[in-house]
Design a protein around this ligand. Structure first.
Ligand code: NAG
Length: 434
């Protein structure tokens, strides 16, 4: 209860006293000396309004934590040059500016997730773990960390470079051999390890290819609950995603079996599949349905190729681990039927699907407004048709009536057309980011 009151109070104070600065074109001058977390928004973006109180809480909390990061927002419809300079395409877009660099936030738009991101990215890209206790503490707090072990080296320089690229996703540390847990045995120093799945895996320069792509492949736990944000990121992973789609609220025996099989595969067959598959489960089929523009059963097993929005479904029921292995191998050797994808037909279908869901969600969110937006052009067209049909055929004596009727309705017609993209297309852009 006290927490609740405190939260409410904090939000009220935040909104009133403004921990979020309204920025203009000049904010770039601040960037040389200050850290900034900036929301790029547009006034017509409905989601930006919903997000506003969260953004204020972020500002307030960072301030109360004594964070050096300033929080601001900028109206991209007023400061259009900024929008094009930073290549802003969806709303709201959140970026952290740190010296010369900027980092995009692509996670869930919750206060805690944004603050975690801010603290991670605004601090040093690589943090030293100087004692056994500190190492343990960090291991307990994070599901996944990368650690460089050893002194100065070429590899260390590469590690820093890769860390700068991937700090938006996860944590990077350095440590000396002495502070490592006893179970870790190293053949060689320097070494780089990822600690995850309750164990650790070492980077092998000769087998794993370049460091940056190894980090990219290893930056997720081998098996975990995947949400829409992490799934979206997996487009950059160049791995297929093998998912158990389950309803966590009604866990059936079958869904438990699917999850267990997936988890077993991810550990028992890790070496076999580590560069081809990311394993996980997803609660609910809503996001997947949108992705495949259809309906997957719950529970089910599906393999997704996120770089082309393609997917494969098993042709027969999966009962055993052998069934699952057979299915995954059939996807790899190309014998499983690939559905979806981003060919022209799929692209058209997706455009229709998106337009449809945008219209549906518009009507759900604002029925009156939507009626107006869609009704207006229809009404005008009807009026024009009615006008044309009932108009007295223009003869020599009455050219004026015919001449005025058209320009007037034209002007209205144009207005209606302008109105439409404003209210249908842009929300869908904003939605894409969700
Ligand atoms: C996804 O599909 C494309 C096109 O078929 C293919 O080139 C790519 O290798 C696939 N991705 C994965 C991770 O298999």
């Amino acid at each position: 209860m006290r927490n609740l009151i405190l939260t409410v109070l904090l939000s009220v104070i935040a909104v009133v006293s403004g921990y979020v600065e309204e920025l203009d074109d000049k904010f770039k001058e601040y960037l040389q000396h200050e850290l900034w977390l900036v929301e790029f928004y547009a006034p017509w973006c409905a989601y930006c309004h919903t997000f506003e109180p969260i953004w204020h809480e972020v500002g307030a909390e960072l301030k109360s934590m004594g964070s050096p990061v300033n929080v601001g927002k900028i109206d991209t419809t007023v400061h259009t040059s900024i929008a094009s300079e930073f290549n802003i395409r969806g709303y709201p877009t959140i970026k952290l500016f740190k010296g010369e660099l900027s980092f995009d936030y692509k996670g869930p738009r919750t206060k805690d997730a944004i603050i975690e991101f801010t603290n991670r990215v605004s601090g040093p890209v690589v943090r030293p773990l100087s004692s056994v206790q500190l190492f343990q503490h960090v291991m307990n707090r994070h599901d996944l960390i990368f650690v460089y072990i050893g002194g100065e080296s070429l590899l260390k320089r590469e590690y820093y470079k890769a860390a700068t690229e991937y700090i938006v996703h996860t944590y990077f540390f350095t440590a000396s051999e002495e502070v490592l847990p006893k179970v870790v045995t190293l053949q060689d120093v320097p070494a780089i390890a990822v600690f995850k799945d309750g164990t650790y895996y070492l980077y092998n320069e000769f087998l794993d290819g370049d460091l940056s792509s190894w980090i990219n492949r290893e930056r997720f736990p081998s098996y975990f609950q995947i949400d829409s944000f992490s799934l979206y990121q997996m487009g950059e992973l160049s791995k297929l995603v093998a998912l158990a789609v389950v309803d966590e609220k009604n866990p059936s025996e079958e869904s438990i079996r699917y999850k267990t099989l997936m988890e077993r595969l991810s550990t028992e067959y890790r070496d076999h599949y580590k560069s081809d598959y990311q394993f996980g489960f997803m609660d609910g089929n809503e996001y997947i349905n949108g992705l495949i523009m259809g309906e997957v059963e719950m529970p089910s097993i599906i393999v997704l190729n996120m770089s082309i929005d393609g997917y494969c479904l098993p042709e027969s029921k999966i009962e055993t681990i052998e069934d699952l292995l057979r299915f995954l191998n059939s996807v790899l050797d190309g014998s499983a039927k690939l559905l979806g994808g981003n060919g022209f037909l799929q692209w058209t279908k997706r455009s229709f699907y998106k337009a449809k869901s945008t219209v549906v969600s518009m009507f759900q969110a604002a029925p009156f407004f939507s009626c107006f937006v869609f009704g207006l052009p229809v009404g005008i067209v009807a009026l024009v048709i009615w006008g044309t049909c009932t108009a007295v055929p223009a003869d020599d004596e009455k050219p004026v009536e015919g001449a005025t009727a058209n320009p007037v309705s034209d002007a209205h017609g144009k207005k209606a057309i302008e109105l439409q993209p404003d209210s249908t297309e842009k929300p869908s852009e904003a939605k894409k980011e969700d």
